[in-house]
Design a protein around this ligand. Structure first.
Ligand SMILES: [Zn+2]
Length: 286
C-alpha cells in the first residue's frame, strides 16, 4: 500500500484565555498550520489556551517517523486487540471544571489522561494531585501553551522541564507522555521529546472541536461518531460544555463496547499493523 504524503493543513483557530487563571476571553483569531502524519486521521488544532506572540509559521512537512510498532515516536491512535480507547483532556487543571470532570469519571469508573499546563498545575496543585491520586495519567502539555515549533531549542526545554518538574513535585511521578500545544511539532522536535526528555508524543485521531463548538450535544455526537478501537480522543476540561457532555459521551461509548484506559496503557497495547497482502487473483470460471 502506498503511504499517503504528509499533509499541511492551514486552519484558523480562535484562542481563549487560560482556563486555570483569568476568565477574560481574547477575541483574536490566528492562523495555525498543523502537520498531518501519513496513515492516520487528521488531527486538527488543539486550542483552548492562548498562543503567545504571533501566528505559528508554516511548518515543513516532516520526514517519515516510524508510525507502527514499538519504535513509534508519536501516536495519533493505536493498533490494539480489543475495544480500548483513551480519553484525553487538555489545558487544565481548571479550578472548578476539572473537579467536576473527576467526579463524573469516578462515578463512571473511567480512567483518563490529562495533558496539563505547568502554569495551571501551579495555580491548581490540589486538583492535579486529586487527578493523579484517582488513577488518571498526567501528561505534559507545555508550561504556557507555547507552540514548540516557535519556542526555540532552549524554549522547548524550558516549557517541558518546568512542567514535568511541577508535576513530579506534586505527584511524585514524572510524566511519560507529552502533547505539543496545537499539535505543533516536527520530526526533530518529536525525536528530541522522546530521546532527550523521555516523553512519548501523543496526538489524537478524534477531535470534536470542543473549543469551537460550545455545545454538549455536538461534542457528544462527534465523539460517538468518530471513535474506534485504539482511538485517542481529544477534548478540553476548561469548557463547561465539554465537561457537561462527558456523562453522555461515556455512556454512549460504553454502550458501543469501548473500554477506557490511559494513554500510556493504550500505547503499551500498540502493535505493528499487519502489512496488507495483495488480494489473490480470482480463479476464472471455466
Ligand atoms: Zn492545548
Amino acid at each position: 500500500m502506498k503511504s499517503r504524503p504528509w499533509l499541511v493543513i492551514p486552519v484558523v483557530a480562535g484562542f481563549l484565555a487560560v482556563g486555570c487563571q483569568s476568565a477574560h476571553t481574547q477575541s483574536s483569531q490566528q492562523p495555525q498550520v498543523i502537520v498531518v502524519p501519513p496513515g492516520d486521521a487528521a488531527p486538527s488544532t488543539d486550542t483552548g489556551a492562548p498562543a503567545a506572540g504571533d501566528s505559528t509559521p508554516p511548518m515543513k512537512a516532516p520526514a517519515a517517523v516510524p508510525q507502527t510498532g514499538p519504535s513509534r515516536l508519536s501516536y495519533n491512535s493505536c493498533n490494539v486487540d480489543g475495544q480500548y480507547i483513551a480519553l484525553t483532556f487538555d489545558d487544565g487543571p481548571h479550578a472548578t471544571l476539572t473537579p467536576k470532570l473527576l467526579d463524573i469519571l469516578k462515578e463512571k469508573g473511567v480512567k483518563a489522561t490529562f495533558f496539563v499546563l505547568g502554569q495551571c498545575v501551579e495555580a491548581n496543585p490540589e486538583v492535579l494531585q486529586r487527578a493523579a491520586a484517582e488513577g488518571h495519567e498526567i501528561g505534559n502539555h507545555s508550561y504556557d501553551h507555547k507552540a514548540f515549533t516557535k519556542a526555540g531549542g532552549a524554549g522547548v526545554a524550558s516549557e517541558v522541564n518546568q512542567t514535568s518538574e511541577a508535576i513530579e513535585k506534586l505527584t511524585g511521578k514524572k510524566p511519560a507522555t507529552v502533547r505539543p500545544p496545537y499539535g505543533s511539532t516536527n520530526t526533530s522536535i518529536t525525536k528530541r521529546l522522546n530521546e532527550e526528555f523521555g516523553l512519548k508524543v501523543v496526538m489524537w485521531d478524534v477531535d470534536p472541536l470542543d473549543w469551537k463548538n460550545r455545545n454538549s450535544a455536538h461534542v457528544t455526537s462527534e465523539i460517538l461518531k468518530n471513535t474506534k478501537a485504539g482511538s485517542i480522543v481529544l477534548s478540553h476540561d476548561i469548557h463547561p460544555t465539554t465537561v457537561a457532555a462527558m456523562p453522555d459521551v461515556i455512556d454512549g461509548l460504553l454502550a458501543k463496547g469501548f473500554k477506557f484506559v490511559t494513554v500510556s496503557e493504550l500505547i503499551a497495547m500498540d502493535r505493528p499493523k499487519p502489512t496488507p497482502t495483495p488480494a489473490a487473483p480470482k480463479p476464472s470460471r471455466k
